[in-house]
Design a protein around this ligand. Structure first.
Ligand code: KG4
Ligand code: ZN
Length: 385
């Protein structure tokens, strides 16, 4: 099988990204342009601004990915692009550009599910390290700003199939990190800041009650309570309760004015560093941050390992933006080892949104000649199966 060089393009949220990956196993180039500065003043991603920023960045980002890889538009074998899920307007920028390139260059076009991309970030890096021996069944936790999903992943011939056995009923885990950080005046995005502040607080200070899943969701109305479409056990998540509990703690401990002061002080610093955050956080805040992160990590790890036991999986993948979290990684490694299940993560740059994962997920489709039709469009709620 000759090598295939795939140009990946990703624009589903607030990162414009392009990458060249060889045969799903080697990152040749990987360029990510973050829109952090655009959205930061709003404390979250503004969809309209995201589309405009993608439009500005897409051409230079793809050019740089090709130049870094010492490739040209003509020398790549296929173009892969994220179809969804994500912000429709943002996705359309990447898709329109990828279609134009494929049409003008007469190259095959491959549509990729963003969530499948996150899973393939792990596979890509394991292959890059020379690890080609993957033991099935594989359970993948995709945990990011928009998603908290558990998938059983299977390889059939060259292609992959996925069965969802758990999802969040309300907020995604990354969304909870972002909302809690915003609530505490720590800015946006919250995950990386909370990650760095948590070791400076006492995680045993605030006890959060375990997440309770009260209402039945759409799938359960069709099938049994706590069951998948195939009548197998589900492991769902819920993070809006912990966010409300943090809010209540802030109110009962009169933290409002300190939060406002901190928020203003941090807004005056162009690129705040950990010492700037620490200088503006009291012990009460640091303890709350540490306790919040501990509760999030225990819930994510606890449910994922319970699912791993129920489905008797041999291998765990943990991927998506929140997989960059230090305490989450350490806890998964420690508790996974106790259960005898190896846990694989992508490196931190490939945990958050990037296009190398899109180019890697496209490779099995390239082998199967699974081309996208020229009239395919963005799907904001694309399901992975
Ligand atoms: O995968 P990603 O880049 O974009 C989405 O597909 O959503 O994930 C972004 C999310 C944000 O919510 C961000 O706060 C969170 O991942 N995140 C983290 C960390 N780094 C990013 N959460 C916890 N700890 C981190 N170190
Ligand atoms: Zn993502």
């Amino acid at each position: 099988m000759p090598d295939a060089y795939i140009l990946g393009i990703e624009s589903s949220c607030d990162e414009t990204a392009a990458a060249v990956v060889r045969s799903g196993e080697q990152v040749i180039s990987n360029v990510v342009a973050s829109q952090f500065a655009t959205h930061q003043p709003y404390g979250g991603v503004v969809p309209e601004l995201a589309s405009r920023e993608h439009l500005r960045a897409i051409v230079p980002v793809v050019r740089k990915a090709l130049a870094d890889a010492k490739h040209t538009y003509a020398s790549v074998d296929a173009i892969a692009v994220t179809q969804g899920p994500g912000l429709a307007g943002a996705l359309l920028v990447g898709i329109s550009y990828a279609k134009a390139l494929a049409f003008a260059l007469d190259k095959p076009l491959i549509a990729v599910n963003h969530l499948e991309g996150h899973i393939h970030a792990v596979l890509l890096e394991e292959r890059q390290k020379g690890n080609h021996e993957l033991v099935f069944p594989v359970l993948a936790l995709v945990v990011s700003g928009g998603h908290t999903h558990l998938y059983l992943a299977e390889q059939k011939d060259a292609g992959w199939t996925y069965e969802n056995i758990g999802h969040t009923r309300d907020d995604a885990a990354g969304e909870a990190f972002d909302k809690v950080a915003k609530l505490l005046g720590l800015g946006y995005p919250g995950g990386p800041v909370i990650d760095r502040l948590a070791p400076h607080g006492n995680p045993g200070t605030v006890k959060f009650p375990p997440a309770q899943i009260k209402h039945r969701d759409r799938r359960e109305r069709r099938h049994g309570k706590g069951e998948t479409d195939n009548h197998r056990p589900r492991f769902d998540f819920s993070y809006s309760g912990i966010k409300t509990a943090v809010l209540r703690y802030v109110e009962t401990h009169n933290m409002r004015s300190a939060i406002e002061t901190r928020s203003k002080a941090l807004a005056r610093i162009a690129k705040a560093k950990i010492d700037d955050y620490l200088a503006n956080c009291d012990k009460l805040t640091l303890d709350l941050v540490a306790s919040f992160q501990r509760a999030m990590v225990e819930d994510l790890v606890g449910k994922t390992l319970a699912a791993a036991r129920a489905y008797d999986v041999a291998t765990l993948f943990v991927t998506g933006g929140v997989a960059a979290n230090n305490e989450l990684r350490q806890t998964f490694e420690r508790d996974g080892a106790k259960e005898g299940v190896p846990v694989y993560f992508p490196s931190r740059p490939l945990s958050t949104d990037n296009a190398a994962m899109i180019a890697a997920a496209a490779y099995p489709k390239f082998l199967a000649k699974d081309w996208a039709a020229m009239d395919f469009s963005a799907e904001a709620s694309l399901i992975l199966r």
